[in-house]
Design a protein around this ligand. Sequence first.
Ligand code: ADP
Ligand code: MG
Length: 322
Amino acid sequence: PQVANQIAAGEVVERPSSAVKELVENSLDAGATKIIVRITGAGKKSIVIEDDGSGMSAADAELALQRHATSKIETSEDLHHIASHGFRGEALPSIASVSRFRMQTALAGSGEGVEVRVDGGGATEVRPTAPRRGTRIEVLDLFLNTPARLNFMRTDKTEEASIIEAFRSLALANPSVAMQLELDGRTRFDFAPQDERARVVAIMGNDFADNSIDMAIEHEGMQISGHLGLPTFHHRDSTRMLFMINGRVIRDKQLIAAVRAGYRDVMFHDRYPVAVMKIEIDPADVDVNVHPSKREVRFRSPQTVRAGVVSCIRAAIDQFGR
Ligand code: ADP
Ligand code: MG
């Protein structure tokens, strides 16, 4: 299992930011209302995540470190309507196989807590501790035993930027959750629970607030909404386009193309719109189990989604055309 975990780790945790994403998603799945992320050394030294979610019993905490042990789906039928971020049961064992991993957790309301430790995928040590609210996970010396991966790491600046990007996306998709990011002891973001528009402004900046319009349409059973930057606010690449499908932040070339197609006449060929788009779609119409990183999706009817996005953008552009 050690080797299998390390292979899975190559797909699930490419770099520190992927570990941050997986751990924050777990906290969200656990119903956390507050999530604190502390990073040192661009995540290579340590990643600490604290949440006030459901926590785990001692038995579940130990189980969570086993490959494919997910508490989130029970039957293969469940795979067709996944509502949680996680479902593959790979993140924790993968991360623990390539780091020094520590987890403290307690089941909500329980009088006892548990600490689980794994060093580089070795034996799982479990011991009782004082109870706590939620879960605290510490990932130290990521990739300590996979030198090839460590050598692939970019500069601290680049890895940190990737962590910030991942955190921003998750914060954008979960405005009602208090989220804090600390880099080497300095607070980078500290978001109170807020409504969606306020979180968008907090993340994208006041400039975006002043130079964007809200959009919302219904298309063939999908709810498509979000905020679209005015043409003067376009960006040199597509990194300022964020897509959330049923609350999951994803990357998708077809969606980027659809936004640009919607922009058609007001689009400079080498510029990209700035946009935050949320698509609520029947979970049966979208497959999120395409890649271990869960950053890609496959739509049952890509044409319908494309048409919806295009009309949403057109409707918005009509508004600011006036
Ligand atoms: P997945 O999220 O795909 O189920 P993970 O490896 O990410 O797999 O997590 C394994 C299991 O550990 C989860 O199914 C969940 O039961 C539990 N778990 C992980 N992180 C947390 C957390 N922060 N709070 C409560 N339970 C957690
Ligand atoms: Mg998970």
